[in-house]
Design a protein. Structure first.
Length: 216
């Protein structure tokens, strides 16, 4: 059944997280998306699903979650692509192919400078550091959460850079540490620097999860 293969596919995706080939946040989203797919397709055999079924899912699910329906369709499509390379599945085609996704519009509103300043003014030091690090480096929030002293490198010309490997693309970027960024990353006087502790951490020194930091 599709429910069986979804479970197997999620195990495969979790292994990619362990191998650092898939972002933990993406996998967490996939787990939620799979629950909605199970409710509709769970008892069906993969070979029974046709493109019209996928289109109908986008229409019905789109009545309540227009954009999320696209993400769930993407997971279903990824599962079928994986099944086509899994001989015992018997799957030879991807019914999601050619099915047009729900049209998405670009975000119309962004956080204003005043809103950013207001939140930063009441945030605890570590969360303030996270906010400013994301804002000043333009990197993904998840990647900024894992950055720490070990990510700091010195270039031949003496400049210090923050080296980040992006979890989603795998690309490595080096961001020159300006005076402002150095101040953001600085620990309070007298604090012993732990090379293995990320810049953004809870009071006990442990790293935040994405959901934990977002909750703060």
């Amino acid at each position: 059944s599709v429910a069986y293969w979804l479970d197997r596919f999620l195990l495969h995706r979790n292994a990619l997280v362990t191998a650092k080939k898939l972002a933990p946040r993406t996998y967490a989203d996939n787990v939620v998306e799979a629950e909605f797919l199970r409710k509709v397709f769970g008892k069906m055999a993969p070979g029974e699903i046709i493109p019209a079924d996928v289109g109908g899912y986008l229409d019905r699910r789109g009545e309540k979650a227009w954009v999320r329906a696209n993400r769930e369709r993407a997971l279903l499509s990824a599962m079928f692509t994986w099944l086509m390379r899994t001989p015992e599945s018997g799957v030879v085609m991807n019914p999601c192919r050619g099915v047009k996704r729900n049209t998405e519009t670009k975000r119309k509103r962004y956080v204003s400078h005043d809103e950013l300043a207001a939140v930063a003014s009441i945030a605890v030091r570590s969360i303030w550091k996270w906010i400013m690090l994301v804002y000043r480096t333009a990197q993904r929030p998840e990647d900024c959460l894992t950055a720490g002293p070990r990510n700091v490198r010195r270039l031949p010309d003496g400049r210090r850079v923050l080296r980040i490997q992006q979890g989603k693309t795998g690309a490595v970027v080096e961001i020159v540490l300006t005076a402002e960024l150095e101040d953001i990353l600085a620990e309070p006087d007298g604090t012993v620097v732990d090379l293995d502790r990320p810049f953004v951490h809870a009071e006990d020194g442990k790293p935040y999860t994405y959901d934990g930091a977002s909750g703060m």
